[in-house]
Design a protein around this ligand. Structure first.
Ligand SMILES: Nc1ncnc2c1ncn2[C@@H]1O[C@H](COP(=O)(O)OP(=O)(O)OP(=O)(O)O)[C@@H](O)[C@H]1O
Length: 237
């Protein structure tokens, strides 16, 4: 039986910022229709790995192929194929939520996007805030809008960096729905989070990073319960 090639394939990825080796040899394969979690302590290299996959940071060494495009040689194609929710920032304080969606739709030359944009805003309970500037948004509102923006164009690869951070239960539910919908239409989803329980709920597999390297890939179910929590804790240091 031929196995479907991974939608995201990373081999021996290294990213160096001056003296700091942020990513020191990560390998990962993530597939269409699945969600893969990235877990690990602060500074483990999760966000840097996500930035490489979004085509924003070039690898220092190693390869990363996203939706068939090499991130180093085809960064623009990678940006087109992905929807990326950054861990911080990414919103223009003086623009409204609706203007963010409008700009994203124009940049990606989307047609008939308004209904989907409205539906996403409603799902994240941002409908009433759609014409407010994001500079006045709470942290959780900003996170919810960032997930909606990443998902608007129904990308082949959805990259969510800390999407649950500081988000209330309704927002968490909406984010889980966005992930489930993306998987159902055959997208590949990567979720970086510190929240083990939500990683288990959202993802099929989980990669644990430590000091810029992958220390384990486990099925989400293996991370569940008290035993899973102990096993995860043991992988952290
Ligand atoms: N632009 C940068 N310049 C210098 N060092 C950086 C830069 N980006 C990340 N680093 C460093 O790389 C390492 C990995 O950071 P990264 O943000 O990828 O970790 P993380 O696992 O996402 O952490 P957290 O859980 O705290 O968000 C850290 O030591 C960080 O200080």
């Amino acid at each position: 039986m031929t196995q479907t090639p991974p939608a995201v394939e990373v081999r021996s990825l290294h990213v160096r910022f001056g003296e700091v080796e942020a990513v020191a040899g990560v390998d990962l394969a993530a597939y269409a229709g699945q969600a893969t979690g990235l877990l690990g302590r602060n500074g483990a290299g999760k966000s840097t790995t996500m930035r490489v996959l979004a085509g924003l940071v070039p690898p220092t060494a190693g390869t990363a192929v996203v939706a068939g495009h090499d991130v180093r040689s085809h960064a623009l194609a990678v940006k087109r194929s992905t929807g990326y929710c950054p861990d911080v920032g990414g919103l223009v304080t003086r623009a409204t939520a609706w203007e963010h969606l409008q700009l994203s739709a124009r940049m990606r030359r989307l047609v008939d996007w308004e209904d989907r944009a409205r539906e996403l805003l409603e799902r994240f309970e941002l409908g009433d805030a759609s014409h407010r500037v994001t500079g006045g948004f709470s942290h959780g509102m900003g996170r919810r809008l960032s997930v909606a923006l990443a998902a608007l164009h129904e990308p082949e690869v959805l990259l969510l960096d800390e999407p649950f951070d500081g988000v209330d239960p309704i927002g968490v539910e909406a984010t889980l729905e966005v992930i489930a919908d993306a998987r159902a239409r055959g997208a590949c989803v990567l979720v970086s989070t510190h929240l083990r329980e939500l990683a288990i709920e959202a993802c099929s597999d989980v990669l644990v990073l430590r000091g810029g390297s992958r220390v384990a890939t486990v099925s989400a179910s293996e991370m569940a319960g008290e035993e899973g929590a102990r096993a995860y804790r043991a992988l952290l240091d």
